[in-house]
Design a protein. Structure first.
Length: 333
């Protein structure tokens, strides 16, 4: 056999062995992850993901936003302290993924850099699917989003120019947001990183619906995903083309499933269960921990959402329009 050909065969077999080893390791890690998630769910009633609000304050004055109108309920206005973040993660090391956005703007948290660095050190994935406005953030933080591998950010952009954008995002500036997106893209290119993934979040109103096609093109040019969301209010800036889905049949049960998949925790530790609960909490994670398996009210709320337990006044779901619609339609989880 030709010596050169023989060497090629040896290299080929070595590469196959390496590939097989890598596949086996990946499979083992996946099995371990599934196993650990199952064990922790059995132990705590909690898998590997939570939602933890970094900051419930916001610098904008959006007309339909309850926070902007001062209707904060038990959410209040404040930000997550780094010490609470670190203590919670050290106490529950099985938490691997955290959604950090909800009612406020995450970048207004003065501890944001410390939180981001610690999460990166602990190999915890952070996301902001609920959204940010990206108006007030310095270049150092924009760079850290890339170097610390922040996974995903939804950016609220309800228009294609400042005139349209500022109708709803009162106090914000469209050009500032676009400039910050370009900076993030520049850092991603500089470091050769795919993260954070960016998504243009376009809430559809009567005053911006004609700009939807242009917004899609702009998002594509910026390398962003694109998502259209419906306005929660049926009275504020209604659609002129009547393209809004029938709200009567729309049941956002994904919010209710958060009690199983990714329980919401307020910036001050209140266990909310879901991201829209402003009425009552299920205890405080910073004080009593996250053993939701032993939390009687939390477990009872789940039974209500499954339709196997009667409504109870001390459960926050009884004040929620989604739960009332569930009852009316007899469509439980």
């Amino acid at each position: 056999m030709n010596p050169a050909f023989k060497r090629l065969l040896i290299i080929k077999n070595q590469l196959k062995a390496i590939a097989r080893s890598v596949r086996n390791r990946i499979r083992l890690l996946r099995e371990m992850h599934i196993r650990d998630a199952l064990i922790n769910y059995i132990r705590y009633g909690l898998a590997d993901k939570i939602q933890l609000e970094l900051c419930s304050c916001c610098q904008l004055k959006c007309p339909v936003c309850s926070q902007a109108q001062g209707k904060t309920g038990i959410i209040g206005k404040g930000y997550l302290r780094f010490e609470d973040f670190r203590t919670l993660l050290d106490r529950f090391p099985h938490i691997r993924r955290i959604e950090v956005s909800n009612f406020g703007e995450i970048f207004l948290n003065p501890h944001f850099k410390d939180i981001l660095q610690y999460a990166y050190k602990k190999q915890i994935e952070l996301t902001a699917y609920n959204g940010v406005n990206l108006n007030t953030v310095d270049d150092e933080v924009l760079e850290m989003l890339v170097t610390c591998q922040f996974r995903h950010i939804n950016i609220a952009l309800d228009g294609t120019n400042n005139k349209t954008y500022s109708i709803y995002r009162i106090g914000g500036n469209f050009d500032t947001v676009i400039n910050n997106i370009k900076k993030i893209n520049g850092y991603k290119q500089h470091y050769g990183s795919a993260f954070p993934r960016l998504r243009w979040q376009f809430i559809l109103f009567g005053h911006n619906e004609k700009e939807l096609p242009v917004a899609r093109e702009m998002a594509d040019a910026l390398g962003m995903e694109f998502e259209v969301k419906n306005n929660w209010s049926e009275t504020y800036s209604p659609l002129k083309q009547n393209t809004r889905p029938n709200a009567e049949n729309n049941l956002p049960t994904g919010i209710c499933r958060q009690l199983w998949l990714s329980p919401q925790i307020n910036w001050d530790g209140k266990i909310l269960g879901c991201c829209i609960n402003k009425w009552d909490d299920y205890g405080n994670a910073f004080e009593t921990g996250l053993n939701l398996r032993k939390n009687e009210r939390f477990q009872y709320a789940k039974k209500m959402l499954l339709g196997i337990a009667k409504e109870r006044e001390d459960i926050p779901c009884t004040q929620c329009s989604v739960y009332h619609k569930m009852k009316k339609m007899n469509r439980y989880l």
